[in-house]
Design a protein around this ligand. Sequence first.
Ligand SMILES: O=C(O)CCC(=O)C(=O)O
Ligand SMILES: [Fe+2]
Length: 164
Amino acid sequence: MFCDKPLSTLRLLHYPQRNGEPPKNAARTKDGKIIAVDDHCDTEFLTLLTTFGHGGLEILDNNGDWQPVPPRPESLMVNIGDTFSSMMGGRFKAVRHRVVDLGIERYSAAFFLAPSYDVDVGFDIMKKARGETTNLTEQPFGPFLFRKMKYEKKYPEFKDLPDE
Ligand SMILES: O=C(O)CCC(=O)C(=O)O
Ligand SMILES: [Fe+2]
């Protein structure tokens, strides 16, 4: 499911320390902190994330409040992606998260485990395992990912890519 024509990616992130005043139009949280990465859910299957001990990551809880994720040494954070959530019929939810600027230089690394380009992700894993029919339609992961990134999440780096 993950090995042939893989679409998994490793993202190495460096957030340089800000010098001087932030731009006037910088995106801010309700309590005035500068947002370094806007809130989003990861799109792929599962994400393994380390922040190398840095704070700044926040998740949206069920009450709609943002909660800081305290860095835990020697551990990885595992996030469920939209694809896994949809394949589990929504029983597991992709967590909304964002990164706020704490005024320090920051590093993180995220491995986005993604199904292969041609793999059908348009079914409910649990229903299929029980031999039940699923309502979802066949959906190869590659075009599903590209469409989601381009039209739904509107990520600029996907703007000029073809749909398939
Ligand atoms: O830098 C971080 O801690 C998180 C980055 C992130 O959420 C992402 O790249 O999808
Ligand atoms: Fe993320």
